[in-house]
Design a protein around this ligand. Sequence first.
Ligand code: PMP
Length: 417
Amino acid sequence: MKPIEQMQTPDPRNVEHWRADFPILGERVHGRPLVYLDNGATTQKPASVIYAENAYYRHSNANVHRGVHLLSQRATDSFEAARATIARFINAQRPEEIVFVRGTTEAINLVAQSYARPRIKPGDEILISAMEHHSNIVPWQLLCEQTGAALKVVPIDDTGALDADAYERLLSERTRLVAMTHLANALGSINPVERLVAASHARGVPVLLDGAQAIAHLPVDVHAIACDFYAFSGHKVYGPTGIGVLYGKAALLEAMPPWQGGGDMIRSVTFEKTEYNEIPWKFEAGTPNIAGAIALGAALDYVDSIGMEAIAAHENELLAYATDALRVIPGLRFIGTARDKASILSFVLDGVHAHDVGTILDHHGIAVRAGHHCAMPVMQRFGVPATVRASLALYNRHQDIDALIEGLGKVREIFGT
Ligand code: PMP
């Protein structure tokens, strides 16, 4: 990613155009205009994505890779075209390196069970960090239980940034895989992924990156990063739920056994022996989420039409505006202040539980997330039970932040803090 100062200057007029693409932003919540600041949980969908899903069911619905009839060919062409769009979006070398899955969680479990499990022995180590989402912790704990391997955790500092020296120290001759987030969902910290991958590769250790958050906020180039696996979910990048992507280097995917058995992942079956399909279909057992994949392609086309650099510049400007405005609220403490940070404002308010903050804000039409954000170890690291998290997307604007500030004023009035 380019340093922020080299990015395009955001044009505040754009945001109104972009907002017009998202029908749900016209909703009212408890009688107030919706202020949607829960994009880290899921993003809203532009009309082009809703249209793509609808048009598929109206004009092309059929099963893929099987029928000789026209609709099946249309469905297959659109499904495979979406795969090619995704490959281009993250700069994968070949569409076959894109495996459709349900989401980030499934992608990580696939790597744990299909790549790691056959290779891991007792005493081997998997390296993760202290800022991971549960989806990038629990699959590795399951793997450790199954194989006798050990989970090692790279610490983070008080700002929520990764301790890069500790990372290098913890990479040992026992490390078999690194699994690390690109952008931390509870903190907003951006990891220096190119550096981490280079250090890991120098020791012959492959790297999986959890891109669930990064995919919507940073330009992602898997070739430049040189990671071995990259996982993300469609719904966090303006696409539908139930569809996601595992990128894997072709040579690694080819060497991995299938994860699930069923239709579409086979070439031939007899009771004696089954021959598996080629990558990526080897990993896509059963009828896939065809409409979801096509709509995810439309979502990435939408993002491309604006440009990730323009989106990042807009969101960074908004993050700086929001940080300055929130910082002066008495009793507010940020959790996550790393220098390299994007899209996430996580905080606690003295004397008020995060859930109460979230509930009161909701009554003012403001959607934020309150809780542990599926990152309980992060909460433990900072000694808080929960935080309030406002998370940004391309359609957020200064008014949304002003509404949040006003809402927090109401919370403080109610609680007398
Ligand atoms: N990793 C991170 C960093 C996330 O933010 C999330 C979603 N909150 C996930 C993994 C899991 O994504 P999904 O639920 O779409 O599988």
